[in-house]
Design a binder for this molecule. Structure first.
Ligand code: NAD
Length: 376
């Protein structure tokens, strides 16, 4: 197989879908050839020469990658201009934003076979391929580092000859992969942490990291069932539960110095968890980092790719935080994709074995043979 790795062209995207480590594994055995576009890894601190040393062929432009590739590894879904260069029947693997049905239809019309890593089932066997988890982990870490940088006080408690400095109070909303890493990172910096999530299973995880869980009790069976979600994902909660959560969040945000919001509902706009009146009630100099900004944001007043000051509170709306940790984000992403590829390629012959009975393949398949795959 010819495996192509073009440079990412989306603004701010610094990651790359293969690294010298994964290239080396792909070319071992001599069944596959990897074509990497020149400079594809530069923003992730990987010079072309390292790809060459690992056994890749570095080609001067994306057209040459697409013209030869049977399989294309991408971070972000290709634009329609990029798509035009794909060979009919080529396989595409990446974070395709499969909820954008117009673009997915264009992929199908072009005759490619596309796999969206967002749709990987959250099952144990898929963990080593789970791009959402590997990247959310990085985003949660970086959110705290950015918050610490924007905050004009210390994170840990300090006792000095000049007096005592109080530890920062951090509130984390949404304690999935990103939120749990934000809690762990803030804890290492010495903060006092509280966290909230809709899913009941999260309480124990939050507490095991040394944070306090903010309980919003379920008053009806319906509330509990929705909160428990499907496959580890949240669904939108009933309005009454959201109102009770907002009241609690309002009270706790007033006491917080830093708020990190990570709440997402797959395929839907992010829930608004911090209203403007809550921002208004927060202490001057507090910092909010809105990790959900690309899905519309959890915070009223956050702006895409900006740091704004509203009512004396800094609101950070920088998108795609994993791209700010490009080297490690690429290393983990590339390993996730390699593990996924190992599922598609026969270990003995190197031929494509597209077993549509396999839950992981079926779950992530977006289109094949000119048709969109229906999801039930
Ligand atoms: P996500 O990024 O889709 O959402 C982030 C968090 O926001 C979730 O924990 C969600 O419950 C929460 N949320 C949604 N609405 C909210 C609201 N109104 N208030 C507060 N929080 C709200 O989720 P994720 O981090 O990708 O994954 C969620 C969970 O799935 C993980 O914590 C884990 O338990 C599970 N998971 C399982 C596997 C596996 O078994 N292979 C892999 C990855 C994740």
């Amino acid at each position: 197989m010819q495996i192509g790795v073009p440079a990412e062209i989306r603004a701010g995207e610094t990651r790359v879908a293969a690294t010298p480590e994964t290239v080396k594994k792909l070319v071992a055995g001599g069944r596959h050839r990897v074509l990497v576009q020149a400079s594809a890894g530069v923003k992730a601190s990987i010079p072309d020469v390292e790809y060459e040393r690992a056994g890749a062929t570095v080609v001067p432009n994306a057209e040459e990658v697409y013209a030869n590739a049977d399989i294309v590894l991408k971070v972000r879904g290709p634009s329609l201009e990029e798509l035009a260069h794909f060979r009919k029947g080529a396989i595409l693997i990446g974070l395709l934003n499969p909820y954008d049905s117009a673009t997915m239809e264009a992929y199908a019309r072009h005759g490619i076979t596309a796999f969206a890593m967002e749709w990987l089932p959250r099952i144990t066997r898929a963990q080593a391929m789970d791009v959402l988890s590997s990247q959310a982990n990085i985003a949660g870490y970086k959110a705290v580092i950015i918050a610490a940088n924007e905050y004009q006080r210390f994170m840990p408690m300090l006792m000095t000859a000049a007096g005592t400095v109080k530890a920062a109070r951090v509130l984390v909303l949404g304690a999935g992969v990103a939120g749990l890493q934000a809690i762990a990172t803030a804890k290492r910096l010495g903060a006092v942490i509280e966290a909230s999530d809709v899913r009941p299973a999260v309480k124990e995880q939050v507490e095991s990291l040394g944070a306090k869980f903010l309980d919003v009790p379920y008053l009806t069976q319906e509330e509990r069932e929705i909160a428990e979600g499907v496959g580890g994902y949240a669904r939108p909660m009933p309005a009454d539960w959201m109102r009770r959560q907002a009241e609690l969040v309002h009270e706790r945000a007033k006491a917080a110095d830093i708020v990190i919001t990570t709440a997402l509902i797959p395929g839907r706009p992010a829930p608004k968890l911090i209203k403007e009146d809550t921002v208004k009630s927060m202490k001057p100099g507090s910092v909010i980092v809105d990790l959900a900004i690309e899905q519309g944001g959890n915070v009223e007043g956050s702006e895409l790719d900006k740091i704004v000051i509203k009512h004396g509170v800094k609101i950070v709306g920088i998108a795609n935080l994993p791209a700010l940790v490009a080297a490690d984000a690429s290393a983990l992403y590339a390993r996730n994709l390699l593990n996924f590829l190992n599922l598609l390629l026969d270990p003995k012959t190197g031929e494509l074995t597209l077993n549509r009975e396999d839950e992981i393949i079926a779950g992530s398949l977006v289109c094949i043979d000119g048709e969109l795959v229906k999801k039930t």
